[in-house]
Design a binder for this molecule. Structure first.
Ligand code: IPM
Ligand code: MN
Length: 371
């Protein structure tokens, strides 16, 4: 299989976690005999520094002509006070819009070996396995009008959703539920917002095509509470853009660390894969960031863009094995500090451990298939 992958390392810890994700993809290609071509391009603050814009046209072109895009992270205090057109985050939003992927899929499951790393009680998170399906191209992020009034006395954003936008993301949510435990929790604020009333009505309508999937509606504030008190009740959480952004960070508490979460953005011309964590400028360049969210995003790339299911699950199994062997980056350190068997590792070492485990897992599978 041949695949051209645009690699956008971005800012802060973006480059170091991306390096590990690429290492794992190279390992897959080598063992399974695929040809992955990686082409790097600047985005975010790094691009602003070089080209005065967070999404240079060459970067966008490279992404549009590739089979998949992998992004590390964007943003940092150095660029926080720039006008909107030059903010690193604007580059990412423009990229998302140009690629057209409206469905952002964010799985968050509690790995058994990490149940004690969560700030939540072990008996609360054990067995939790949710996927947040976040609408990515609508709502407050893109609604017009938006802006400041002169003198900064007033600021405004617009939350707007069309029937069609809700319908297409709802379908992704129900389809995802069909591959899992067949339950959708649709999140809104229908007691206050008109956009949410429309959302609820359209989701109800779409659900009639999925009689085998249970549908539940939940207000976003209640969902935020249930996610940390009883996460096992959730299977697919279907949410508009900002609600999904917030709830997916919260869902990270189930996994033990924000550094664990992967995402895939699908539904457009080219899919985009990125860990959900930010650029973490405070720990950038110190080889302490957790690359597992990035590596798990690479697994999603294998699954959705390359349709290499076996390779994708091998990468996920390799992550699981390394965690079972008690290798931990600093963010997963908390409860493990009490466990003398824990093996603290840095970013690069974590990446090579996963690559090594992957090699063993894939070699064994290949041997099995050739017998
Ligand atoms: C995310 C991030 C982005 C978002 C930022 C960096 C624009 O928080 O992917 O969750 O809000 O979508
Ligand atoms: Mn976010």
């Amino acid at each position: 299989m041949r695949l051209n992958i645009a690699i956008l390392p971005g800012d802060g810890i973006g480059p170091e976690v991306t390096r590990e994700a690429v290492r794992v993809l190279r390992t897959v290609a080598e063992i399974a005999g695929h040809e992955f071509r990686f082409e790097e391009a600047p985005i975010g603050g790094t691009a602003v520094d070089q080209f005065d814009t967070p999404l240079p046209p060459q970067t966008l072109e490279k992404c549009l002509s590739s089979n998949a895009v992998f992004l590390g992270a964007v943003g940092g205090p150095r660029w926080d006070n720039l006008p909107r057109a030059q903010k690193p985050e604007t580059g990412l939003l423009q990229l998302r819009q140009a690629l057209g992927g409206f469905a952002n899929i964010r799985p968050a499951a509690c790995h058994p070996a990490l149940a004690e790393c969560s700030p939540l009680r072990k008996d609360v998170v054990e067995g939790a396995d949710v996927v947040v399906v976040r609408e990515l191209l609508g709502g407050l992020y893109f609604g017009e009008p938006r802006g400041f009034r002169p003198e900064f006395t007033d600021a405004f954003n617009t939350m707007r959703y069309s029937e069609n936008e809700v319908e297409r993301i709802a379908r992704v949510g129900f389809e995802a539920a069909r591959t899992r435990r067949r339950k959708v929790t649709s999140v809104d604020k229908a007691n206050v917002l008109e956009t949410s009333q429309l959302w609820r009505e359209v989701v109800n309508r779409v659900s009639r095509n999925y009689p085998d999937v249970a549908l539940q509606h939940m207000y976003v504030d209640a969902c935020a509470m249930h996610l940390v008190t009883n996460p096992r009740q959730f299977d697919v959480i279907l949410a508009e853009n900002l609600f999904g952004d917030i709830l997916s960070d919260e869902a990270a508490a189930i996994t033990g660390s924000l550094g664990m979460l992967a995402s895939a953005t699908v539904g457009g011309d080219v899919n985009l894969y990125e860990p959900i964590h930010g650029s973490a400028p405070d720990i950038a360049g110190r080889d302490i960031a957790n690359p597992l969210g990035a590596i798990a995003s690479a697994a999603l790339l294998l699954r959705y863009s390359a349709k290499l299911q076996q390779e994708a699950s091998a990468v996920e199994a390799a992550i699981g094995r390394v965690l079972d062997e008690r290798y931990r980056t600093a963010d997963l350190g908390r409860a493990s500090a009490a466990d003398s068997r824990v093996q603290p590792v840095g970013t690069a070492e974590m990446g090579s451990l996963v690559a090594q485990a992957l090699g063993e897992i894939m070699d064994r599978r290949q041997a099995y298939h050739t017998v």
